[in-house]
Write a protein that binds this ligand. Sequence first.
Ligand SMILES: *Cc1c(COP(=O)(O)O)cnc(C)c1O
Length: 390
Amino acid sequence: MSFDLRTRLDERRAAALYRQRPLLESPQGPEVVVDGKPLLAFCNNDYLGLANHPAVIAAWRAGAERWGVGGGASHLVIGHSGPHHALEEALADLTGRPRALLFSTGYMANLGAVTALVGQGDTVLQDRLNHASLLDAGLLSGARFSRYLHNDAQSLASRLEKATGNTLVVTDGVFSMDGDLADLPSLARVAKAKGAWLMVDDAHGFGPLGANGGGIVEHFGLSQDDVPVLVGTLGKAFGTAGAFVAGSEDLIESLIQFARPYIYTTSQPPALACATLKSLELLRSEHWRREHLAALIRQFREGAQAIGLELMDSFTPIQPILIGDSARALKLSQLLRDRGLLVTAIRPPTVPAGSARLRVTLSAAHSEAQVQLLLNALADCYPLLEPNHA
Ligand SMILES: *Cc1c(COP(=O)(O)O)cnc(C)c1O
């Protein structure tokens, strides 16, 4: 007996689904060096351009001088240090929630929150297009797990009719592969009517959305009563790493008691929390990044529509170009790369079969001229694709 890994790998390659990791040889930003080649990139999640910001780097450095580099223990033992605590208070303030709890990654925050809140005999209802970490969390929880149609409050309502036990409704805020917004006002209304709790993972909304970067709940003006469980990640617009859950006193105390991915792991380096405190300050106070980003999004959408590209219903920095077939998506990505541009092709199973796409992401660190270069290259390359063989 042996694991036939080679056959699995060969099948994946034959299906144009094989994944490879580009080797980044520069800091994150619009102009990167990848596999030895300088490229203009439109694929990171550093939406506000803070991942390589001098003030954030200086805060990290000063934090390391003051606190050392390692967390050294889990939060419940002796790893919960001053910067972690200060960051939790600042995140509670950003979200307008009584408290926030810091996790090491967004994946862990989602696993922790869902598994702490529901289990056997309960129900978890999720949007079909939710992030993989939320779907995994639902399966791991042991609760009855069902997916409703994408962003469809009607479909949610019909599933809520059959729900038993404590019921958690879970959705991305900004959908990570499509860029569209969850219809939170409707979802919250339907959930509340049935006494279910709504959990929103706003990994891509914090920073770009809301007048002060407070994400989708600020955008829609939703309270803790509407969205009792609010998750944000720090590796995207915050430009650093980690994640948080914000909510009531009882919610946060429950996570500290029962969320295993919170309890059984070493705290993040305190210096990282120092860096995030600085990026949070920039994210909240320097509105010009959000404004510039919004202008780039408009520029891209107008230009792409003029070329005849199929965009999605998004006004966020996630601007996918729908291609359909995986091999064609790879081909367009390769043609752009030959012209010095890096835009990743996203294929199944990350997105539904037949909906491969180029996932363009824009950042406040891009210039208008760089977006124009992308549009010019797309105008040259898109007509070179073979038509879809449907
Ligand atoms: C990126 C992402 C995560 C995972 O966050 P990490 O901190 O990178 O682990 C979770 N949810 C969504 C919607 C994401 O886009």
